[in-house]
Design a protein around this ligand. Sequence first.
Ligand code: SAM
Ligand code: SF4
Length: 430
Amino acid sequence: MNEYDSNRILDITKKINYLPTTKKSEADCYIINTCHIREKATEKVFHDVGRVKKEFRNKKKPILIIVGCVAQAEGDLILKKDRYIDAVIGPQSYQSINKVIEDIEFKKKQYDITNFETIDKFDLLKSTINCNSKISSFLTIQEGCDKFCKFCVVPYTRGPEHSRNFDEILDEAESLIRNGSREITLLGQNVNAYQNNNKRLSDIIYALEKKRDLKRIRYTTSHPKDMTNDLLDAHKDCEKLMPLLHLPVQSGSNKILQSMNRKHTIQEYLEVIHKLKEKNSKIKFASDFIIAYPGEEDDDFNETCKLMETIKFINSYSFIFSPRPGTPASEMKMVDAKLAKKRLIIFQNIAEKIKLNYKKNLLNQIVKVLFENKMIKEKNKYFGRDEYQNPVVVNSKKNIIGQEKRVLIKKFSQQTIYGELIDNNKFLAA
Ligand code: SAM
Ligand code: SF4
């Protein structure tokens, strides 16, 4: 979501002639976009600010603005701590950015813009063309969260749930496709909670399915509680909807899920997975896990490991619980740090083994890859992703960017899978 926001901020600042540059030392304005989901977020901001100061030690100071969730959560503290920072702007206030930049050019004062003005923000985005021309693009359809999981800072930094207007979303999708996008990932903190004038996430997916030049649709991140029947059906009906679903579960223990306020049980989670597999037998899953949440005992942790073994998530993001200021869980008794680390290592080893097996099984299989770009350093090598978002590299003398091709998988490394392009006719005869 921050990547989408950063690109949109650039679309906005272009209106006052602030254009992106890759030459850091020549920038007139720095905008640092931040994430507050786990610890050390604020320290990272001050490190980045330190780097800017060093770069400009003997030159005219650039405008320096901190945006994103750290700005929202700790804006006044940041401004007080370092006078070098000109402004903090929260994630729902990007519509103010051009005015703030122009004001800073003339006035030497600090600005704290951290109101929740989501409707104004989306109004501005509506009238600002999305200039992204990537093969695979993000499109934010929903922001904020009303679920208040006890560990999570999002409801406090991104504010209440807000869904964008359906037609605006389709207009933005149309402009992305016109610019060359062939894959669109619909984004939201709770993307499947999308609801606007009786339109739901499934309506957006069905509408995108009809766009001729769009090849792939994805959505993230979903809450298991909001996997409604219409959305499950879309996984059966829509060929362009990719068969990989990121469905965060956080823990395999009902006791911990309840203490987190996740609003579902493991049995309900498994039922969603089961139904999705019935709709589309190709579907696979990725998930997020919080290890060593307050109150997690050995039995709870073992349940999480068991869940990993049962579902065999092909991708997972696991972190030790990080107490976020202002959240209810931050006041709960932490699991011993050494034990937490030990559990994380055990869990990640299980996850790695599952991933390795999955990759081994891909060898000599044919997968469908959408090619996104040419590799910069290597000649005739193209990078793309298969339907499960695995990064795949092939050799090709022809430019295959933006094309979906069949690839025979030959080998893999930690990060990448390598394959050979298959001649279409050969594939059909096989
Ligand atoms: N809305 C999504 C959901 O409910 O599943 C998740 C969005 S959250 C921004 C992304 C992930 O960050 C979560 O799934 C969780 O695993 C992780 N996360 C959030 N707060 C955390 C915390 N305090 N400590 C560790 N991980 C955290
Ligand atoms: Fe955070 Fe997701 Fe829970 Fe909302 S549903 S509070 S974004 S973890």
